[in-house]
Design a protein around this ligand. Structure first.
Ligand SMILES: O=C(O)C(=O)C[C@H](O)[C@H](O)COP(=O)(O)O
Length: 211
């Protein structure tokens, strides 16, 4: 197993849930990261879906020392590079493309591509990866898909994401080929807008206690 895969696995195995964040106001970034870390979720994924996302990653990398910040919604090698420059410790994409595999190979920062078919999982495997995202999980067959894939492709691990919440997280976490699940439910938009950091810490603690 490569060093990058080991680094990524150790990040993903350190908590059952990876918060997937959409940050609209940069001033929310550090208090949100601190609130999640206080609840036990130190690794977080800030998606590049808002104009302030890179600035938010930079702010968290500097202002929340307990947090391990990664970047999500990476769609191109340019996104990959910009996210790494901003301080991201891991890179997540909804998909798996040759250009992103090449960017990942050239970078010291590990890559978690999104996959939702046997062929995409095998492409990631051929690129040397052993852990991938399963996205969008609920819409692509859910836990039964991962159960079915575990026998023919036995050496791959998964972080399912998409449509997962406290209700169904254990359907995935109980599978031996699942290292963690990803989800946005631990940081609901209305709680972020209201600055309800104590409430988010509570949701994080609930998620951190899963499995
Ligand atoms: O864009 C990326 O790189 C992603 O990681 C996609 C996210 O994981 C899902 O959008 C989260 O889905 P929900 O938990 O259903 O809101």
């Amino acid at each position: 197993m490569s060093d990058k895969t080991e680094t990524l696995l150790s990040i993903l195995k350190s908590q059952p849930v990876m918060p997937v964040l959409i940050i609209e106001r940069v001033e929310d970034a550090v208090p949100l990261a601190r609130a999640l870390a206080a609840g036990g979720l130190k690794a977080i994924e800030v998606t590049l879906r808002t104009p302030v996302a890179l600035e938010a990653i930079r702010a968290i990398a500097e202002g929340s020392p307990d947090t391990l910040v990664g970047a999500g919604t990476i769609l191109s090698p340019e996104d990959y590079e910009a996210a790494v420059k901003a301080g991201s410790k891991f890179i997540v994409s909804p998909g798996a493309t040759p250009a992103l595999f090449a960017a990942a190979k050239a970078s010291d920062v590990p890559f978690l591509p999104g996959t939702s078919s046997a062929s995409e999982i095998m492409l990631a495997r051929e690129a040397g990866l052993r852990v991938v995202k399963f996205f969008p999980a609920e819409q692509s067959g859910g836990a039964p898909f991962l159960k079915a894939i575990s026998s023919p492709i036995a050496d791959m691990k998964f972080c399912p994401t998409g449509g997962i919440s406290l209700k169904n997280a254990n359907d995935y976490l109980s599978l031996p080929n699942v290292v963690c699940v990803g989800g946005s439910w631990v940081a609901p938009k209305d709680m972020v807008v209201a600055g309800d950091w104590a409430g988010i810490t509570k949701l994080a603690a609930e998620a951190a206690a899963l499995r």
